[in-house]
Design a protein around this ligand. Structure first.
Ligand SMILES: Cc1ncc(C[n+]2csc(CCOP(=O)(O)OP(=O)(O)O)c2C)c(N)n1
Ligand SMILES: [Mg+2]
Length: 904
């Protein structure tokens, strides 16, 4: 054992009081010498040298096994000291009056909405707490986009949107009628939360699925660097501001990407966390301190952290705190107790907080109870907030997070200030309205107040004039969303022509086709530079590694090391102007990049064409909420679900084999989902996607599943393009003559090959003439069929329209059998429009690792099952006898008592 670890020491004799005093004096003297030396260094060589010394001492101590105390925290006081605060540039008084009016209107919107339509919801208390944080931004920081400047990018805390609407009302951008129609979206009213899909000229970012804005904002800030570093966008000092809730940061996505922000030196990014210490049900950390917890997390991740905890009226008290006792008390105070102070009397706070140490009680002995009660929190003090924002905007080299302490429901008084029910408060009674009005000085009479009328000062009032002049100064109104961007032309058919041809004997997987298409697009002089390949550490899985060398992997700092494979042709090349976004193992991060790139046409006025390639299993089921947000944001681009198909990805097993993402894609509006089988299908779909999204500007997103099973690719039959895009076309009609029965086999993805084998078997052995159909998209078929049906329902006197399915199947005789590498629910979803009997085969159940042959047997989707399903269908139709079918089952070696894979 190392002797330094010995904790037990020889029993020592008691020292006399005199000896103890002497020992103490010696220690004091020893320390004084140390401090004198440090002081000397500080005075003569400055703080940098002191830091250097301390670091060296730390190394010295560590080498001797001395464990030094580690803390990522600074004391529980404001980061910026009063003497370092810049002068406030605005008119505090008028800004407060504007803010009060906005507070009132934001509250009135919610109260009125809930009176006219009980239960319609809305939130009062979030804006009440964040108002100062927003208003300082609106009056002094957030620049609007116009022809002279890029403007800033702001993610507003979603539940605070009434405040944003109320401000737009004062600016004259929204009318009283608009405010009165809050949450009445069906009659064109203001959307409940920020939704670009519903208010495409106003909102840019959906922020109300908690935890998604922080990660989206990080990748947004990174994408801005990407555009600049690649020379696509001019260098600017555009900032990305994200306003977040303290409760929100419990979401794993929220903090999951913060190290990327520091690693990539995103000093264009500012998080403002509205630390009202509360979430929906109660305190965020009743028994802890959320601001300190977050400080440690962000500092540990390399962020610049600015705490705005206490308002200016605490400054004189802190100035007197020469022994650090007040700071100690602040450090001790836990959030649950601090929240209690919001609803407490001054006397309670005096006793409970200051009363712990007599010296502190002494500090406030000349303060009245009312003064003690009103001691303010930093997030409600414009001077403190301004100082923090200013420091954040000029900080270089790292992102900044501002942790601002506020009160939830600020100003609501007993109606919900700092109470656990604050979040749910949507109705104020007459008395509560009166109090609110009086507290914020809104000129509404006692008679009128119970109606909660909106209030807007006259156009020539100092308030409106000031508010507008501030916005003019900063470039215009925000939030604003626009869609003007560079046009992208669909590449000519020639670019895709090689995929329309047969590959001969060469076996190719659709993944390879997709990668080749991206490669060709990258080389194309028109579209090439706008392509953004995004991959979550799976480039080698999908055979994309050639792109590393071809266009480079994006890194803001370039490549400061010699890669281990530098000698190889396809080495891992990182470059400042690299084009590939190699995100590492984060589908959420990659999707956030995809969103930033796919909405760049709106955010930056630059159309980009992102291709995000991932394991299809880790798409919809893992990051479905981000895909939903992408659609809300009108994102354009291609999602490629690689290694798809429950039986096509041999090996890997249950957690990798996707046989259901196409079903998960069903409820996503404006999303086209395809499961192509052949190279030409992939090419036709991608080309159409570029045309629809980029040339026509349609609001749609493309999802394609790709497989890694290689097989010879056939030539594209004539005239099949419309069918490919609509979801189904006849791929191979029967050539056989004089067969007794007729069947139609529908197949998708790699399983189409099993279907083709079944066609041969049925024609050669079972007297069944078979047509083979390629189903590229059940979702498109379903959408078109239900859309057509809806039209016919609503137009009884018009000639009925035919869906694509009805048009292509109306003349067909025989039975139908559908097989895919996906769940049976997909073909079942269109069964209404398919002639009966309709047999559906699919891969319901957990995947398994095994060979493709065995998997297709296990999931009952191989050619034998397809043959058998066809014969069973003919039995149901009355064309075959049961014993013929039973015999076939034996011949095909199928076990009727095998467990259903869904139960295995
Ligand atoms: C993913 C997700 N889960 C739950 C909710 C419901 N929700 C809305 S606001 C809220 C509390 C928010 O607390 P916080 O982030 O602290 O914001 P505050 O309103 O306190 O500023 C919750 C749970 C949501 N919007 N999103
Ligand atoms: Mg909160």
């Amino acid at each position: 054992m190392d002797d330094r670890d010995v904790t037990m020491t020889e029993p020592q004799e008691e020292l006399s009081a005199e000896a103890q005093a002497a020992a103490l004096r010696m220690k004091v003297e020893e320390e004084r010498e140390w401090f004198d030396s440090l002081e000397y260094i500080y005075q003569n060589e400055g703080p940098e040298r002191v830091r250097d010394m301390l670091q060296k001492l730390q190394v010295w101590a560590q080498k001797r096994g001395v464990k030094t105390h580690f803390s990522a925290n600074t004391p529980y006081i404001n980061t910026i000291q009063p003497e370092d605060q810049p002068a406030y540039p605005g008119d505090r008084d008028i800004e407060r009056r504007i803010k009060s009016i906005i507070r009132w209107n934001a509250m009135a919107m919610v109260v009125r909405a809930n009176r006219s339509a009980s239960g319609i919801g809305g939130h009062i208390s979030t804006y009440a707490s964040v108002a100062t944080l927003f208003e300082v931004g609106f009056n002094h920081f957030f620049r609007a986009k116009n022809k002279n400047q890029d403007g800033d990018i702001v993610y507003y805390q979603g539940h605070a949107c009434p405040g944003i609407y109320a401000r737009a009302y004062l600016e004259g951008r929204l009318t009283e009628k608009d405010l009165g129609n809050f949450r009445r979206e069906l009659s064109g009213g203001l959307s409940s939360y920020p939704h670009p899909h519903l208010m495409p000229d106003f909102w840019q970012f959906p922020t109300v699925s908690m935890g998604l804005s922080p990660i989206m904002a990080i990748y947004q800030a990174r994408f801005q660097h990407y555009l600049i570093d690649r020379g696509i966008k001019e260098r600017t000092d555009q900032k990305v501001w994200a306003f977040l809730g303290d409760g929100e940061l419990d979401e794993p996505e929220a903090l999951g990407a913060i190290t990327l922000a520091s690693r990539a030196h995103l000093d264009n990014l500012i998080f403002v966390v509205n630390c009202n210490l509360q979430r929906l049900d109660g305190p965020v950390r009743g028994n802890g301190k959320i601001i300190q917890e977050l400080e440690a997390v962000f500092r540990g991740a390399g962020w610049n952290v600015i705490k705005v905890i206490w308002g200016s009226d605490w400054d004189p008290l802190l100035a007197q705190d020469t022994h650090g006792l007040l700071t100690k008390r602040m450090d001790e105070l836990i959030d649950g107790q601090q929240q209690r102070y919001v609803i407490s009397t001054g006397e309670y706070i005096r006793n409970d907080f200051f009363g712990k140490y007599p010296e502190l009680l002494d500090m406030v002995k000349n303060y009245s109870d009312d003064q003690v009660r009103k001691l303010q929190r930093g997030g409600h003090d414009p001077e403190k907030v301004y100082a923090a924002y200013k420091a954040a905007t000029i900080h270089t080299g790292a992102p900044t997070v501002i942790l601002a302490q506020t009160i939830k429901g600020y100003g609501l008084g007993e109606a919900g200030e700092g109470r656990n029910i604050s979040h749910q408060q949507k109705k104020l009674n007459e008395q509560e309205l009166k109090e609110f009005r009086s507290r914020f000085g809104i000129p509404i009479s006692d008679e009128d107040v119970s109606d909660a009328p909106f209030y807007k000062p006259a156009e020539d009032s100092p308030e409106i004039q000031y508010l507008k002049s501030r916005r003019r100064e900063l470039g215009g109104s925000i939030p604003v969303r626009s869609e003007s961007a560079n046009a992208i032309r669909t590449p000519p058919n020639d670019l895709f022509s090689e995929f329309y041809k047969s590959s001969g004997d060469r076996e190719i997987a659709t993944t390879m086709t997709a990668v080749q298409i991206i490669t060709k697009l990258l080389k194309n002089k028109d579209i090439g530079k706008y392509i953004v390949p995004i991959v979550p550490d799976e480039a080698r899985t999908f055979g994309m590694e050639a792109m590393f060398r071809q266009v480079g992997i994006y890194s803001h700092v370039g490549q400061n090391y010699e890669p281990v494979d530098r000698e190889s042709l396809l080495y891992y090349k990182e470059a400042k102007d690299g084009q590939v976004l190699e995100e590492g193992i984060t589908e959420a991060g990659s999707m956030s990049s995809f969103i930033a790139a796919g909405t760049s046409y709106s955010t930056h006025g630059i159309q980009m064409v992102p291709f995000f390639i991932f394991y299809s299993m880790f798409g919809f089921q893992r990051i479905g909420d981000l895909i939903w947000a992408a659609l809300d944001m009108r994102t354009r681009g291609f999602l490629f679900g690689g290694t798809s198909g429950r039986t096509t990805l041999a090996g890997e097993g249950l957690q990798h084999q996707d046989g259901h993402s196409h079903l998960l894609a069903y409820p996503y509006p404006h999303l086209s989902a395809y499961d192509p089988a052949f190279a030409y299908e992939v090419a036709v779909i991608v080309r159409d996607g570029i045309y629809r999204m980029y040339e026509k500007g349609e609001q749609v997103l493309y999802y394609l599943t790709l497989v890694n099973e290689a097989y010879p690719m056939p030539e594209m039959p004539k005239g099949v393009e419309p069918g490919i895009l609509k979801g189904m076309y006849k791929y191979k009609a029967s050539m056989a003559k004089g067969l007794k029965h007729k069947a139609h086999l529908m197949g998708s993805g790699a399983i189409l090959n099993e279907v083709l084998k079944a066609q041969d078997m049925l024609e050669s052995k079972y007297n069944v003439s078979v047509d083979v159909w390629s189903v590229t998209s059940y979702k498109e078929l379903f959408k078109n069929a239900t859309d057509t049906e809806r039209y016919n329902l609503l137009h009884p006197s018009s000639a009925p329209r035919k869906s694509h399915l009805e048009s292509i199947l109306e003349k067909e005789q025989g039975i139908f059998v559908a097989t895919s590498d996906y769940v049976k629910a997909l073909p079942c979803s269109i069964s209404k429009w398919i002639p009966t009997p309709f047999v559906t085969l699919g891969t319901d159940g957990f995947g398994r690792s095994d060979t493709r042959v065995d998997l297709r047997d296990f999931f009952e989707v191989d050619s034998r099952y397809i043959v058998y399903g066809t014969l069973a269908g003919l039995l149901w139709k009355g064309e075959l006898e049961a014993d013929v079918v039973t015999q076939a089952r034996k011949d095909l070696n199928l076990d009727p008592d095998k467990l259903n894979p869904i139960d295995c």
